[in-house]
Design a protein around this ligand. Sequence first.
Ligand code: HEC
Length: 105
Amino acid sequence: MPYLIAIALAIAGAGFALSAHAQTPPQRLGLCAACHGERGIATGKTIPNLAGQNLDYLRNALAQYQSGARDVAAMRAAAGMLNATELNQVLRWYADQQLAAPSVP
Ligand code: HEC
């Protein structure tokens, strides 16, 4: 019996190690997730997926919305609601998500 408990503890421990490794979603993800999805798969067909995108590309796109070089009202408004640290956390989260499998029409 102690043997079984040891195995159970080992499995539980491994599970804990795995979940500790997995990132926790950034606090301010909700606003962006309303359109881009929690894991970067967009909630609508006119909204881009962000999962697995290059972090530098995402940062660059964000800077373009903020400067108005890319003039999209929804994104300028959304970007203005988070501070630089929060935006960085959200973009890093999206860049770290698994790429979506291509969907076959
Ligand atoms: C109201 C819906 C909406 C919300 C909320 C929103 N986005 Fe967007 N986002 C869009 C749309 C639509 C586009 C495509 C705009 C365009 O044509 O350039 C976009 C584009 C982007 C892009 C560029 C993607 C690319 O492939 O070029 C990034 C990065 C991005 N959003 C990040 C964010 C982040 C971070 C947040 C949260 C602060 C956020 N978005 C909130 C709708 C939204």
